[in-house]
Ligand binder design. Structure first.
Ligand SMILES: C[C@H](O)[C@H](O)[C@H]1CNC2=NC(N)=NC(=O)C2=N1
Length: 96
């Protein structure tokens, strides 16, 4: 069973995730992405979907044309866990 992060661990993790916003009190992290067009946005979503599924950890997300919003939280822990932090870093790495 995956554990919710402590307040201190959550703050420490956010320090490295400068593009992500902590959503409270729901305990999720959110990042908005903007692409050239729908095709680029959807290609990105496809890549995220594959790595999320490989990790067994899935985003809540939305797409409107060239905009993608990704919200990460751990349903099993009812809050933010290390799995969200790890997936956020992997998503960020797709854009480097
Ligand atoms: C059995 C399966 O691994 C779990 O239900 C996974 C699937 N993907 C998940 N994704 C997210 N975001 N939170 C979860 O708790 C979660 N649980």
């Amino acid at each position: 069973m995956v554990e919710r992060l402590s307040d201190a661990a959550r703050q420490a993790a956010m320090f490295d995730l400068t593009q992500w916003q902590l959503e409270e009190p729901a305990e999720a992290i959110v990042r908005r992405f903007k692409f050239k067009d729908f095709s680029e946005a959807f290609a990105f979503m496809t890549r995220v979907a594959l790595l999320a599924d490989a990790a067994g950890h899935h985003p809540e997300w939305s797409n409107v044309y060239n905009n993608v919003t990704i919200r990460l939280t751990t349903h099993d822990a009812r809050g933010l866990s290390e799995k969200d932090i790890a997936l956020a870093h992997r998503i960020d790495a797709l854009l480097d």
